[in-house]
Write a protein that binds this ligand. Structure first.
Ligand SMILES: Nc1ncnc2c1ncn2[C@@H]1O[C@H](COP(=O)(O)OP(=O)(O)OP(=O)(O)O)[C@@H](O)[C@H]1O
Ligand SMILES: [Mg+2]
Length: 261
């Protein structure tokens, strides 16, 4: 049974796609069958795995809007054990047309249900908004990984995100939990250290122990169309994303052996 993680933030450019790619690489490398789902009409995750969104006859938009079977759209990536459910521009239509349908927030969850048997982890790369697509991701997920940079405005943007998580938990998905991940951290930057301290004080264990520091190798990996774990296996950020994978896997595996309270 797959465990689903939604990688989200309504703020743009905080490393959602980079984290989805890198975490997916680290999970696949550790032998876990992983599906990465591109929920952003920009198609950055699709590009980041080396595919041109235009080359696909069907994409996630067909799965959500036209009831095309997800298994007919999923493609293997060049990384062993890592598959992609690609996106493209038509996904914009989902924002417009899904809300007129009954129980539209459950569309992604229902569409991915058959995939639960085929994967250990499903990662959802959300667009930078609290949109219909992000709501679908939060309904489908067991864990919301909320990303923030150590910048005041980015940390401030966590508040509406947390309210959305809370609303989804109350209305649709009572087992949804969240973790906050600090990205693009610079140890030598005093403001970054102060914000990290505040996040630790406010969120305690809700903040991931792993912190992702800035690393230009991550930009190069995206251009090369592969996860950092496979592009620069010995780089600092590859190690940090492996730590993140271990931290999340430890959480997921501990939860699954505990009886429900
Ligand atoms: N740790 C990092 N160090 C340096 N650069 C990074 C790091 N993480 C991400 N980047 C770069 O920052 C830019 C934004 O990252 P990314 O596209 O992953 O963010 P995003 O949150 O998915 O953006 P969007 O909101 O547009 O979907 C990219 O150029 C990426 O290569
Ligand atoms: Mg993105």
């Amino acid at each position: 049974m797959a465990f689903t993680i939604a990688i989200c933030s309504q703020k743009g450019g905080v490393a959602k796609t980079t984290t989805t790619l890198s975490l997916a690489g680290a999970l696949a490398e550790s032998g876990r069958r992983t599906l990465a789902v591109d929920l952003d009409p920009q198609g950055n995750l699709t590009l980041g795995l080396g595919f041109q969104p235009r080359r696909f006859q069907h994409t996630l938009a067909d799965v959500l809007l036209n009831a095309v079977d997800a298994s007919a759209v999923i493609v293997p990536s060049t990384v062993e054990g890592l598959h992609l459910l690609p996106a493209g521009k038509p996904l914009q239509l989902a924002e417009r047309y899904l809300p007129s349908r009954p129980h539209y927030q459950h569309t992604l969850k229902n569409a991915l249900h058959p995939q639960n048997a085929d994967y250990d982890y499903i990662l959802l790369d959300c667009p930078p908004s609290l949109s219909v697509l992000t709501a679908n991701a939060l309904v489908a997920a067991g864990l919301a990984l909320l990303l923030t940079q150590a910048e005041y405005f980015s940390a401030y943007a966590l508040k509406p995100m947390l309210q959305t998580v809370q609303a989804v938990r109350e209305r649709h998905n009572p087992s949804l939990v969240y973790r906050i991940l600090l990205t693009m951290f610079r140890r030598r930057n005093r403001a970054h250290r102060i914000i990290r301290g505040r996040l630790e004080a406010t969120f305690g264990s809700g903040l991931c122990r792993t912190v992702i520091e800035t690393d230009t190798k991550l930009r190069e990996a995206a251009i090369a169309g592969m996860p950092i774990t496979h592009f620069a296996s010995n780089s600092r950020s590859a190690g940090q994303y492996r730590d993140l994978a271990q931290e999340l896997v430890a959480y997921v595996e501990k939860e699954s052996v505990q009886p429900a309270a």
